[in-house]
Design a protein around this ligand. Structure first.
Ligand code: ADP
Ligand code: ZN
Length: 529
């Protein structure tokens, strides 16, 4: 083949400039690169877009041998490798989508010392043959990308990652790096332990994305709210709308198209050709709004996404952070907008209850959901709440809805007591439990079929809550759920008292609640109308 530039032994700054075309390292990159080139192990926690790839690619080019990159995203390997080859890097991948002859060629090149980087999926590395092959050549560095996948606490657990704990024994003397954009304390500790990196140096970058404005509003008429939000954005803003189900993705995209917005659907049920055509349009054209399930966005490098909207509640704060993090990677102002309602909470609880996981798993998922609800219902700075979740302290930000339009609060003690005592009475006197809808009907003194049938008009709390409307009561229920004063159970989201209910019933703890103001809208600018 053609003579290749020999990078080995070069200065990392020269490699950065000559191979990648960047003038300088950013943030912790230089420190990480120097540490790994010296042979040290590293744990790198850096938000999406922070520039993790450089931190293993440069050492792989400077140290003798081939850099091994373990990545679960087979779909992205091809693009990553192509981009490297375009920069003159000798890169290849080994995965299950390859034909045997392609694999054989990569193996030969590796053994001949002709590869700077080789990407491998974790399941391939579990095969003893792959380890044997890699042992016959020479590795310069091992980078475990998406390292949070080893955490059983997390939302992305992959059993194949557990086998990566013995890489030090399989490849003694090769520096190892674990990289992730997920950084709760629990995940951090767990990946350090499970990947056996006790001596590693830890590089923890700030998770703040100051240019992203966070906005969360109660869901009333989600389509109209979404439309209003999108129209409040500057003309031709590219955005991603996340929905939970394929059906909702398709219906929402269709609705937006009907309103003159250039929206496209993306979910795993669409034909591969449609998916890639839609993705290509999103990347190429201005102002495309991609309506997608969370399958969309992993590894999509579009810097000028101006907004990310959620019309369904994410399962965890980590998921929310990663999804919203796809906005504003160019550093320009962007908005993360979400509408969420009581139905989301009930639906998520039901999904957890019905999931095949064991009790401990369900408990963890419940805790993830609780943290997400707390973020939605906080009356304090959203960013502060978000960063605190990742173990980072901060001041209130001035760039989220609660900072910009501080929510009004009202004394919700009496209302909460009315609701709680209705639940207690029904349970004690009749052994019954109900979801929010029926309880609110009782409190509002509604005359429904069900109330007549059940004789609930004779309850002492019947009609006691007529001073609040249906939306107000839903807001009360959501906030009590977020604080553990109420818990939702089972398929129908029946409400029961939570751990902190007793103090409220006795009137010992104050219950300041936020007053929901709908349609406060987004920032300046407009997309017509
Ligand atoms: P991550 O894997 O942490 O999400 P990437 O490695 O994909 O981030 O990098 C994000 C973007 O930043 C990429 O477009 C990359 O080319 C760019 N980038 C990384 N390091 C630098 C640097 N030192 N100078 C300029 N741009 C950089
Ligand atoms: Zn704030």
């Amino acid at each position: 083949g053609a003579p290749r530039r020999e990078h080995t032994g070069s200065d990392p700054r020269d490699v950065l400039r000559e191979v990648f075309g960047y003038d300088a390292f950013r943030g912790d990159q230089a420190a990480i690169v120097d540490h790994v080139i010296d042979g040290g192990d590293a744990v790198v926690l850096m938000p999406t877009g922070g520039g993790k790839s450089i931190t293993y690619q440069v050492p792989a080019l400077v140290r003798p041998g081939t850099g091994l990159v373990i990545s679960p995203l087979i779909a992205l390997m091809h693009d990553q490798v192509d981009a490297l080859i375009a920069n003159g890097v000798r890169a290849a991948y080994l995965n299950s989508t390859q034909a045997p002859f392609e694999r054989a060629a990569v193996e030969r090149a590796y053994l001949a010392g002709e590869l700077d980087l080789v990407y491998v999926a974790p399941e391939r590395l579990s095969a003893p043959a792959t380890t044997k092959l890699l042992q016959r050549g020479r590795l310069s560095v091992i980078a475990i990308d998406e390292a949070h996948c080893v955490s059983q606490w997390g939302h992305d657990f992959r059993p194949d990652y557990l086998a990566l704990g013995d890489l030090a024994e399989r490849f003694p003397g090769v520096p190892r790096m674990a990289l992730t954009a997920t950084a709760t304390r629990a995940t951090h500790r767990e990946l350090t332990e499970r990947l056996r990196l006790p001596e590693a140096k830890h590089f923890v970058a700030s998770f703040d994305r100051p240019n992203i404005q966070y906005r969360i509003e109660p869901k009333v008429d989600p389509r109209r709210q979404l439309l209003g939000f999108i129209r409040s954005m500057p003309e031709a803003s590219a955005g991603i709308v996340y929905a939970l189900s394929r059906k909702s993705v398709e219906q929402t995209a269709e609705f937006l198209r009907g309103q003159g917005i250039d929206a496209l659907p993306y979910h795993a049920g669409l034909e591969a050709s449609v998916r890639s055509a839609n993705q290509a349009r999103f990347l190429r054209d201005d102002g495309v709004v991609m309506v997608a399930t969370i399958a969309f966005g992993m590894g999509i490098d579009k810097p000028d996404v101006r907004f990310v909207a959620h019309i369904d509640l994410p399962k965890s704060v980590e998921g929310y952070y990663q999804e919203t993090g796809r906005a504003g990677r160019d550093g320009e102002p962007a908005i993360a907008w979400m509408a969420y309602g009581l139905g989301d909470v009930v639906q998520q609880r039901r999904l957890i209850d019905q999931s095949p996981g064991d009790r401990a798993y369900k408990m963890r998922m419940g805790q993830h959901l609780d943290a997400m609800l707390a973020l939605c219902e906080t009356v304090e700075c959203r960013r502060q709440n978000l960063l605190a979740y990742f173990g980072q302290e901060s001041e209130s930000c001035g760039n989220c809805d609660t900072c910009l339009e501080p929510p009004e609060t009202w004394d919700g003690l009496v209302a909460s007591q009315k609701l709680l005592s209705t639940i207690v009475r029904l349970q004690r006197e009749r052994g019954q439990a109900f979801g929010a809808g029926h309880l609110i009907d009782i409190l509002r003194g509604a005359d429904t079929e069900r109330i007549r049938q059940q004789g609930h008009g004779s309850l002492s709390t019947y009609g006691l809550g007529a001073d609040l409307n249906d939306q107000d009561w839903r807001s009360v229920v959501r906030q009590l759920l977020a604080r553990g004063i109420l818990v939702a159970r089972g398929e129908y989201g029946t409400l029961a008292l939570g751990e902190s209910a007793a103090g409220v019933l006795k009137g010992e703890v104050p219950v300041p609640l936020r007053r929901d103001v709908l349609g406060r809208g987004g920032s300046a600018g407009s997309r017509g109308r």
